[in-house]
Design a protein around this ligand. Sequence first.
Ligand SMILES: Nc1ncnc2c1ncn2[C@@H]1O[C@H](COP(=O)(O)OP(=O)(O)OP(=O)(O)O)[C@@H](O)[C@H]1O
Ligand SMILES: [Mg+2]
Length: 247
Amino acid sequence: MKELISIHHVVKKDKKGQSILKGVSAKIFEGELITIIGPSGSGKSTFLSLINRMTDPDEGSLQFKEAPYLQMDVLKLRRKIGMVFQLPTMLPGTVRDNLKIGPSLLRKNLNEAEMDTLLEQVALPKSLKDQDARSLSGGQKQRVSLARTLANQPEILLLDEVTASLDPRSTEEIEDLIVELHKTQGKTILWVSHNLKQAKKVGQYTWVIADGKIMEQGKTFEVFEHPKNIATKEFIATSFEKAASNI
Ligand SMILES: Nc1ncnc2c1ncn2[C@@H]1O[C@H](COP(=O)(O)OP(=O)(O)OP(=O)(O)O)[C@@H](O)[C@H]1O
Ligand SMILES: [Mg+2]
């Protein structure tokens, strides 16, 4: 399998000099769907923001297809490595305006047929193109946000708690969409989720980030059913217990 991203001994500190990520090394191969789980504040979002180059490490380095991040054009890298966040932010204007924004920054025009394909990929009707994006439901906004990222034809998709603000039905629809994208287009996906049921259901591989380190990585089933690390075992057990007591 082709190696897309290589992460070497990355350390990221906060403004006070405390380490958020404490020496993380990992490799991401083409076509993998990896779910990332771990306690709140353990560094998951920070990890994704390094891969998308919203921030740079204090120590260590990252490579995309063997090219050092620091030698690559930031915009080009972000186009290849798209990110979707928990809260979809719609720009003023219609759904059409929102979809055009990414490609237009690269001086590319998204034509109507391309836009229709994107909407189809995220299971939104074409008729929505002329609607005010800010009037959409939460689930619809998250689909537009996903389509907006896909408009740049990224090779890697980073998802940070993308269903956390959605109702159960929209959550399931987004899960199905992303699994479909992975299946049909072979997209490489890194999906941070604190919904462990979701991480277990959609992941091929699962990484556990705790206390600024990758504590465990492996096939999703193995990580959930036979965690090697005691801390991972406890985290999974208590998270499922908490989720059960919330029902
Ligand atoms: N810009 C920042 N400045 C200072 N501290 C930060 C910054 N961003 C994150 N942190 C701190 O770094 C640690 C890791 O944060 P991060 O957001 O990566 O965790 P997370 O695993 O994504 O948590 P959650 O599950 O709650 O989203 C936290 O202690 C957080 O307070
Ligand atoms: Mg986070």
